[in-house]
Design a protein around this ligand. Structure first.
Ligand SMILES: Nc1ncnc2c1ncn2[C@@H]1O[C@H](COP(=O)(O)OP(=O)(O)OP(=O)(O)O)[C@@H](O)[C@H]1O
Length: 528
């Protein structure tokens, strides 16, 4: 007897452990899949789409429900099977007791309505939820915190956070209040119905048509029948929540498939460029924007050249880089890689042939080795990383790190080291230099955080790196506001208001005496 009890106890524990393990595995699978769909979309358009961001927010809020799907299914089966005994006992006592189960109909309707209200609350609050998270992140970000303190904007931020958090939670509170009111209504209805049935049975018991035993059983079973109705209610509700999350997950899968289909090119990228990169009548507008960021651009970027792109703020320089690296699909026209439309190329493959340092570079809080070699962590030894740092004139950044390449970056980690803005930027440039002979090397304002001496050193290295890039016909594109870089480029493109205003060599543009010559003159005067 004791052995049987013990065996049952052990089996029970194993069952619970297996269920927890399975829940976790299912949850992890869904987490990984959602990250995969979001992270592997070929272009970045989805990250600009508010609909996508809202759905992702709602899905993240309920991700746990997917992990619990198996558990809720087992519970639901349990909830539906367990009441059978109660129903048999009620049936044995008096069939009229089963009338109480009819209350299950409004209870299920309650569950369905609650689900609808919850879904509406999720949709309605997603935007405020995202805003509230954004403000909450700002309060914990050290860079944001210092700027907010300087402007004395901390209280404003906290007020905004409070307002958005309220707007986020309010629809849920409303849905819950409606659900609770309706649930109380169902309970009152049940109590009235139960009293009615018991009064009817009592009347029959007084006239000898119902035995006292059956009446007593009726009194006992009435409470249990309420539990049957309640568990039916709970099951419909729980399943509804899971289904709703699955629906959002399906929406995300379809969205991912549509995004992938929009860029379905599979042609491998060439191993070398012969002609170069060409933009034919290219127009681009960001999703949701009301004007084009680039309009009717015709450009040829010859293989092997170092090309500088200049222009005032908002002229479209970074957008041009975004289109050449395939981050966005053009709205009109074509980008050609030699003679192949970028649309027909496998973007993954094309990006294997691109390298870049960007204006808003990442501060990867990893070890220095990982932060520099993140594009290719399989590199067998450190030689290439050290060469890349040398190309980026960033070897001294490494020398200053206490554990060299093993140093943990980021002050919020144990033993982590923070870097200055310029040091982070030079590591980012080092990262760009790890890939040898890319077909497109983009340096988007790579020197904005650097001092003039470092900048000068850096440009000598760029020239050497660009020569290596040009061996495979690679194009080096430097976006800059500093004209000292521009003069040594093979070609300068001047963008203004999303259009090509001028192009040519530094000497040609100076001779024309147009926009470029004017900007160059202004900057040169500033340095005198
Ligand atoms: N994500 C975006 N969504 C909507 N519009 C954008 C987005 N990014 C840029 N724009 C708009 O596109 C135009 C070109 O911006 P872009 O960043 O390419 O300019 P830029 O020349 O690189 O400017 P800067 O010198 O200030 O870096 C601008 O009008 C800008 O407001």
């Amino acid at each position: 007897m004791i052995a049987t009890e013990a065996f049952g106890f052990i089996l029970g524990i194993c069952g619970v452990q297996a269920r927890i393990g399975l829940n976790e595995r299912i949850g992890q699978h869904f987490d990984a899949d959602v990250a995969r769909i979001s992270g592997t979309a070929p272009t970045l358009d989805h990250l600009q789409d508010p609909r996508y961001r809202d759905q992702m927010h709602a899905l993240r809020e309920r991700m746990g429900a997917l992990g619990m799907a198996y558990n809720s299914f087992v519970n639901s089966v349990n909830n539906l099977v367990a009441p059978v005994t109660t129903i048999i006992v009620a049936l044995g006592a008096d069939i009229r007791l089963l009338l109480l189960l009819l209350i299950g109909a409004p209870a299920s309707w309650w569950a369905k309505s609650t689900m609808r209200w919850e879904q509406e609350a999720e949709d309605e609050s997603a935007k405020a939820g995202r805003r509230s998270k954004h403000f909450a992140d700002l309060t914990t970000d050290p860079v944001a915190a210092s700027e907010l303190r300087v402007f004395g904007a901390r209280d404003t931020l906290l007020r905004l956070l409070g307002r958005e958090a309220f707007a986020w939670r309010m629809p849920f509170a409303r849905a819950e209040a409606r659900g609770a009111a309706f649930s109380s209504g169902v309970t009152v209805l049940y109590v009235i119905a139960a009293m009615g049935v018991l009064a009817w049975m009592a009347h029959d018991a007084l006239h000898g048509r119902v035995s006292p035993g059956a009446f007593a059983t009726g009194i006992l079973v009435v409470g249990q029948l309420r539990d049957v109705v309640g568990s039916l209610q709970g099951t419909v509700h729980f399943l509804g929540q899971t289904l709703r999350t699955v629906k959002r997950y399906r929406w995300l899968q379809e969205y991912g498939a549509t995004a992938a289909a929009a860029h379905s090119g599979t042609t491998p990228a060439p191993s070398a460029l012969h002609d170069g990169l060409t933009l034919q009548d290219v127009t681009f507008r960001y999703p949701g924007a009301d004007r084009d960021a680039l309009s009717h651009i015709d450009l040829h970027l010859p293989a092997g050249e170092v090309i500088a792109v200049v222009g005032e703020n908002g002229a479209g320089k970074s957008t041009l880089i975004g289109l050449l690296t395939g981050m966005y699909d053009v709205s009109g026209g074509k980008v050609l890689v030699d003679s192949v439309d970028l649309q027909d190329l496998s973007l993954d493959d094309w990006r294997q042939h691109c390298a870049g340092a960007f204006q808003d570079h990442l501060k990867l809080e990893l070890t220095a080795r990982e932060a520099i070699g993140v594009g290719d962590l399989e590199i067998p030894d450190d030689t290439r990383l050290l060469e890349a740092l040398d190309d980026a004139a960033a070897s001294d950044v490494l020398t200053a790190l206490p554990d060299g390449l093993d140093t943990q970056l980021g002050p919020s980690w144990p033993g982590g080291v923070d870097l200055s803005g310029g040091q982070w930027q030079r590591l980012a440039i080092g990262r760009a230099m790890v890939r040898r002979s890319p077909l497109l090397l983009v340096l988007d304002e790579p020197t904005s955080a650097l001092d003039p001496a470092t900048e000068h050193k850096l440009f000598d290295r760029y020239a050497a790196a660009a020569k290596e890039t040009s061996r495979a016909g690679g194009v080096t594109l430097i976006v800059t506001h500093r004209f000292s870089t521009v003069a040594s480029a093979d070609r300068v493109i001047v963008l203004a208001d999303g259009r090509v205003a001028e192009q040519g060599t530094h000497e040609e543009l100076m001779a024309v005496g147009g926009h470029y010559a004017e900007l160059y003159g202004l900057q040169a005067a500033g340095y005198r």
